[in-house]
Design a binder for this molecule. Sequence first.
Ligand code: FNR
Length: 386
Amino acid sequence: PSLDEIVNLHDFEAIAKAILSPKAWAYYSSASDDEITIRENRAAYQRIWFRPRILRDVSVVDWSTTILGQRSSLPVYISATALGKLGHPDGELNLTRAAGKHGVIQMIPTLASCAFDEIVDAAVPGQVQFLQLYVNRDREITRKYVQHAEKRGVKGLFITVDAPQLGRREKDMRMKFVDESGVAKVQENQSGIRKDEGVARAISVGASKSYVTDHIECINQSFIDPSLSWKDIPWFKSITNMPIVLKGVATPEDALMAYDYGLAGIVLSNHGGRQLDTARSGIENLIEVVAALKTRGPWPNPKFEVFVDGGVRRASDVLKAIALGASAVGVGRAFMYSFCAYGQEGVEKAFEIIQDELMMNMRLLGARTIDELSPEMVDANALHSH
Ligand code: FNR
């Protein structure tokens, strides 16, 4: 279908499924074990209802906001998703170019299939990019990577903390992974280890031999340090001035620790259902996390931001998360799917769809700005009953 026929973000998923190779589709769409968490990520939003306000003069509606102090045209950022070239030859650059045109913030993945500098070079002046970090067992590699990113103008560091080991994505495991698009080379450079070393290391930490030799992400993830702990946080703060956010927090206990360690924020995320299956959804965790953070001071707190990702496909999802206290939400798969068939233009269309939906939903909800979204605008009473 032509782009004009695309009506919502779900349409991009259906098209991606139809055109991607079975391997690429398996990699993008899969989640861990019984895929219960990935389904729950969507379902949880459907247990939250709106309490709209009327007669508020909604002729002018503005959904622009700031994320970690940076201007963003949408209350949505592009979350890091690895291996963009499996979906389209330009890979992550589709996201960069569309984001530059529309003033949207992109989080660059450590396991991007384009080189880091290529992604930064594709940005227009003033375009804001964040970096998603997988922490290397060799901290010198991580230090150089982070400091290089800061020098290149990256404005925020998102350390992924929910992946000390890769989740078992069984759809993906059944596919014998062949590196059709040459992404292994780029990732060897990024991780500082060769593929054969990576395989050996992954096996030494307990991965089954057939899994690692067939699965590129697993091979590349073998450099990720499972010994990472809170003790490392001061070191990160010592090597960079970028605001540091932990990506993959799920509890108020850890949210408070992140706050008390002086970090800039957290992403309530279960990695799109790809890590611990039957972990709760980020949106379900948001309420108790915000309640806990309120014990440290008024909310919203300018010193600490809470983001949510997982299952966001509609502007109504975005508005629910913000009403309940999030600063902004991350979207992973929907943006990946939007470039598979249409490249950069598909991503731009996805942004336009989100804008149209925000306009309509904010008018119908009676919220003219992001600041006017408040907890009273949603009924989350059914959220915890499954
Ligand atoms: C991811 N995600 C992810 N996260 C991360 O921190 N580092 C990574 O390399 C990746 N790679 C990745 C690949 C693919 C194919 C997917 C689908 C996801 C997780 C991502 O940042 C985000 O948390 C989820 O995608 C959010 O869920 P939705 O929007 O996909 O439902």
